[in-house]
Design a protein. Structure first.
Length: 441
């Protein structure tokens, strides 16, 4: 029998194997310390519930400390940007609404603003259509922030916040269903305006919702804002200062938590946002807790904007007057659900051969967009959502590329997490609020 503490090494397919055969425990501990192989690489995800979807985090850890953090993306790749090249300009809204599936109206609006810029009809969009776009986007900002706060709370063990968040989001999804017929993936905002006008009773239901939401919002304050456990878990976690945000291109609540009040609704207004009164909340904390407070205050500001939208809704059309662009969408509720109005179809088919031909060409082929390129950007709940459209003069886009804030902000993950605890990775990722549908596209 060997007199040393280890039997002789033997090579296996798993590598070198040593068999401990006895000896002094302190000696074994010292030799393990000298070996310095405490560094472990672990995968968090892509199934992990704390990774906000199919995100893979590759973490190198030394004990409980994260020494290196990387993101593995692409597990939800849909090819939406490529698919847009094979559909006409109006059909494109059906694709883009599915990218960041928590903020469908922002995807649709950014895309349609870009198409309208290429067509040169930005100033011809009816006021009612623009006001309804703003209304839907602000409701969508509320629902997106509620999901962020709800899932973020759940990941910290604050399940009551999760229940409250999804309870209130359900009220917004009910409103979306009333207005568009769908809870998500609406394709309701179209180049030139909207698919249809607000249905009867929508304004009253929206006013009731605003009242309910104003009553419910203080509950989040009571539950979390001053809660010492919640604060201890989030303060100084996911730290990223203004220099880091600027270097990484971070926008939205991540940037505003570093003290910069950058919001495209104020700095580069679109859809008439310059005519609405609201504030851009900021904090100087640069951490996850600051981002939570910002989202909470943004929800209050969104309710302010929704009220202003309801007050300024004037009767009028919701689609551009140019019949060469306006999608013929006089919709009605029939026995088979929402579809084209039978009266509209009868009128087209019975009164004018030219209008029937035009209807057919517009639906099957689509309108032509002058050759050129345009960039349009909106302030989504996660940050700057931009779309770069290129047209070759045809009925389909030549190229569409989205600058999705989830993708850009996810770069900050390593800067926020390295040097911190492994448990804090979950808090940092939750404070970025990435949605993988927008990251992978």
């Amino acid at each position: 029998m060997s007199t040393s503490n280890h039997a002789s090494a033997r090579e296996t397919t798993e590598g070198t194997v040593y068999t401990v055969t006895g000896g002094d425990w302190d000696e074994i501990v010292q030799s393990a310390a000298r070996a310095d192989d405490e560094r472990i690489v672990v995968n968090m995800g892509p199934q992990h519930p704390s990774t906000h979807g199919v995100l893979r985090l590759i973490l190198e850890i030394d004990g409980e400390t994260v020494t290196e953090a990387r993101c593995g993306i692409g597990y939800l790749h849909t090819g939406i940007e490529k698919n847009l090249e094979y559909r006409n300009w109006t059909q494109g809204t059906t694709f883009v609404t599915r990218m960041d599936y928590l903020t469908p109206f922002f995807n649709e609006t950014a895309y349609c603003l870009g198409v309208e810029k290429l067509l040169g009809i930005t100033d011809q969009i009816p006021d009612r259509a623009t006001a309804i776009r703003v209304l839907l986007m602000e409701l969508n900002r509320l629902s997106s922030h509620l999901v962020c706060i709800a899932t973020g709370g759940m990941e910290l063990g604050a399940t009551t916040i999760m229940i409250y968040g999804f309870r209130d989001r359900e009220l917004i999804l009910d409103v979306f269903e009333l207005i568009t017929g769908l809870r998500m993936n609406h394709a309701f905002i179209r180049p030139g305006g909207l698919a249809q006008d607000l249905p009867p009773g929508a304004v009253d239901q929206l006013r009731d919702f605003v009242k309910t939401m104003k009553k419910n919002l203080p509950e989040y304050d009571k539950l979390a804002t001053g809660n010492p456990i919640f604060k201890a878990r989030m303060q100084d976690v996911g730290y990223l200062d203004l220099t880091g945000c600027m270097a990484l291109g971070a926008t939205g609540p991540v940037l505003r938590s570093a003290g910069l009040p950058h919001d495209l609704r104020k700095t580069d207004p679109y859809c008439g946002y310059e005519n609405y009164e609201f504030d851009v909340p900021t904090t100087e904390s640069c951490d996850s807790y600051g981002r939570f407070l910002i989202r909470l205050e943004e929800m209050r500001q969104s309710l302010r904007i929704v009220e202003q939208c309801l007050d300024r809704l004037e009767p009028g059309p919701v689609m551009v007057a140019d019949k060469k662009i306006a999608w013929p969408a006089q919709l009605a509720m029939g026995p088979d659900g929402l579809g084209n109005s039978l009266d509209h179809i009868k009128q087209i088919m019975g009164t004018s051969m030219e209008s029937l031909i035009h209807h057919f060409k517009l639906v099957t082929e689509g309108f032509r967009v002058p050759a050129g390129q345009a960039y349009a950007a909106v302030e989504s709940p996660k940050g700057e959502l931009g779309v770069h459209l290129v047209s070759d003069g045809g009925t389909r886009p030549y190229r569409v590329h989205f600058r999705d804030p989830s993708f850009t902000n996810l770069q900050a993950m390593a800067a926020m997490c390295e040097g911190g605890q492994i448990a804090d990775v979950i808090v940092a990722v939750a404070s970025i609020d990435p949605v993988m549908g927008g990251v992978d596209r």
